[in-house]
Design a protein around this ligand. Structure first.
Ligand code: MG
Length: 382
C-alpha cells in the first residue's frame, strides 16, 4: 500500500562539481542525474508520488529532464537546502502522506534494498536514515594539512539519503527548528528530540559532489545493464522501376524492388536486429504483409516501433550496424544521408549508426543483380 511520498531535493546550484549547469541536470550515460535519482523511487509500491524541489530558474531544465515521467508539478526551493526541504514538506501538507522519504537529487544510485531498509525501520521508529559505518581511520587536521589528532571512529557513521520520517513529525520539526546550520534532515529531527534509527546504506549510493564523482558514476553505469545483440537479414528482388528506398533514403535508379511496404531492405534488417535483441518475434509477426495498412508503408514505422519496444522495457539502443550486399546501386554517395536518417528514426546519435556496403564479387543472386540483401546488428542495453 502506498503510504509514502519521496521528496527529491534538487534546488542546489552544485558549484563544486563545476560545469555549465547544476550537477543534478548533467547527463550520466544518457539520462540526467536527477531523473536517475527519481527513478529509484518511482516504481516502489510504498511510494505514491515523487515530488521534486527545484530552483525556480531550473524549470525548463526540469521539464526536459523529467519528460514522460508524469510527475506532479515541482516545488520551488528556497535560499538554503533546509528552506527548500521545508518548502517541499509544506507543499505536501495539504494532502499529507504518513511517511516522507527525503532524498538528495545528487545521489542517483539509491537502490531498492536501501529504500526497503529505511521503510523497514520506520515500522517501529519515527525516523530512519541510510548510513555507512566509518571504516577509515579518522584524522583531525589543524593548520591545513598537519594532523592534530586521531579521532576514534567507533560508533561513527556517514549519513546518506534517503532519510525517512513520519511526515507530521518532520514537518513540525522543520517548522520549529532553526535548521540553517544543520546539514541534513536527520539533524533537524534530532534537534526536535525525534529518535533517529540508522540502517545500512550502500557505498554505491554516493553523492555526486566533485568532477571525479561523475567519472565514478560513469564507470559504475558502464558495468551495469543487460547488453544484448540482435541480428537481422533481409532480401528484396529487383524489378522494373525508377528507384528504391534504402535506409529511408530514396535513390534514383533504373530498377526498383518488390515488396509490400516501401521494401526498404536495410530498415527491415535493422528492425529485425532490434527485435532480436529483446527476444521479440520478427518484423513479419509485428507487421504482417497480409495487413493492408502496411501496403507502401514507410518502413521507418517498423524500426520506430521496434525501438519503442526497447524503450518500454527501460532500455536504450547503443548501436545500429547495417551492411548492404549488392552490385547496384552505388551506396557510397548516400551513406551519410542514410546514417543520419537511421539515427533520426531510432533516436540515437549518428555516431552510433554504421552503414556499410559490399558486393559478392559477381557470385550468387546479388552478383547476378537479381536483388539486394542487407544484414544488420543492433546492440541494446536493458
Ligand atoms: Mg523485407
Amino acid at each position: 500500500m502506498a503510504d509514502a511520498v519521496a521528496l527529491i531535493v534538487a534546488a542546489g546550484r552544485g558549484q563544486r562539481a563545476g560545469g555549465a549547469m547544476p550537477k543534478q541536470y548533467r547527463m550520466l550515460a544518457g539520462q540526467s542525474v536527477l531523473r536517475r535519482s527519481c527513478m529509484a523511487f518511482l516504481g516502489h509500491p510504498r511510494i505514491g508520488a515523487v515530488r521534486v524541489v527545484i530552483h525556480p530558474d531550473d524549470r525548463a531544465r526540469y521539464d526536459e529532464a523529467m519528460a514522460g515521467l508524469n510527475l506532479p508539478p515541482p516545488v520551488s526551493g528556497g535560499e538554503t537546502r533546509h528552506d527548500s526541504c521545508r518548502n517541499g514538506l509544506e507543499a505536501l501538507a495539504g494532502d499529507p502522506p504518513r511517511i516522507v522519504l527525503i532524498h538528495d537529487a545528487a545521489r542517483p544510485f539509491a537502490d531498492r534494498p536501501t529504500i526497503d531498509r529505511v521503510f523497514g525501520a520506520l515500522d517501529t521508529a519515527p525516523a530512519a536514515i541510510a548510513a555507512i559505518p566509518v571504516s577509515d581511520t579518522l584524522k583531525k587536521a589543524s593548520a591545513g594539512d598537519r594532523v592534530a589528532a586521531t579521532v576514534a571512529r567507533e560508533g561513527l557513521w556517514r549519513a546518506q539519503t534517503p532519510q525517512g520520517f513520519e511526515f507530521a513529525a518532520i514537518l513540525d520539526a522543520h517548522r520549529r527548528i532553526d535548521s540553517r546550520s544543520l546539514t541534513d534532515d536527520a539533524a533537524v529531527a534530532e534537534a526536535a528530540g525525534i529518535p533517529v534509527t540508522l540502517v545500512a546504506g550502500s557505498e554505491d549510493n554516493f553523492k555526486i559532489t566533485r568532477e571525479e564523482d561523475f567519472r565514478r558514476a560513469e564507470t559504475l553505469l558502464a558495468g551495469q545493464g543487460d547488453i544484448r545483440v540482435g541480428t537481422g537479414f533481409d532480401v528484396h528482388r529487383f524489378t522494373e522501376g525508377n528507384g528504391l528506398t534504402i535506409c529511408g533514403i530514396w535513390i534514383n535508379h533504373d530498377k526498383s524492388v518488390t515488396g509490400h511496404s516501401d521494401a526498404d531492405v536495410a530498415l527491415h534488417a535493422l528492425t529485425d536486429a532490434v527485435l532480436g535483441a529483446i527476444g521479440e518475434a520478427d518484423i513479419g509477426s509485428h507487421f504482417p504483409s497480409a495487413d493492408p495498412r502496411w501496403r507502401d508503408a514507410d518502413s521507418a514505422v517498423f524500426l520506430r516501433h521496434a525501438v519503442s519496444l526497447v524503450t518500454a522495457r527501460g532500455g536504450a539502443i547503443r548501436h545500429l550496424d547495417v551492411t548492404l550486399i549488392c552490385e547496384e546501386p552505388k551506396i557510397g554517395p548516400h551513406r551519410d544521408a542514410m546514417k543520419a536518417r537511421i539515427a533520426e528514426i531510432a533516436g540515437v546519435g549518428v555516431d552510433r549508426v554504421s552503414v556499410k556496403a559490399t558486393t559478392t564479387e559477381g557470385l550468387g543472386y546479388t552478383g547476378r543483380r537479381e536483388g539486394i540483401a542487407a544484414q544488420a546488428a543492433a546492440t541494446v542495453r536493458l
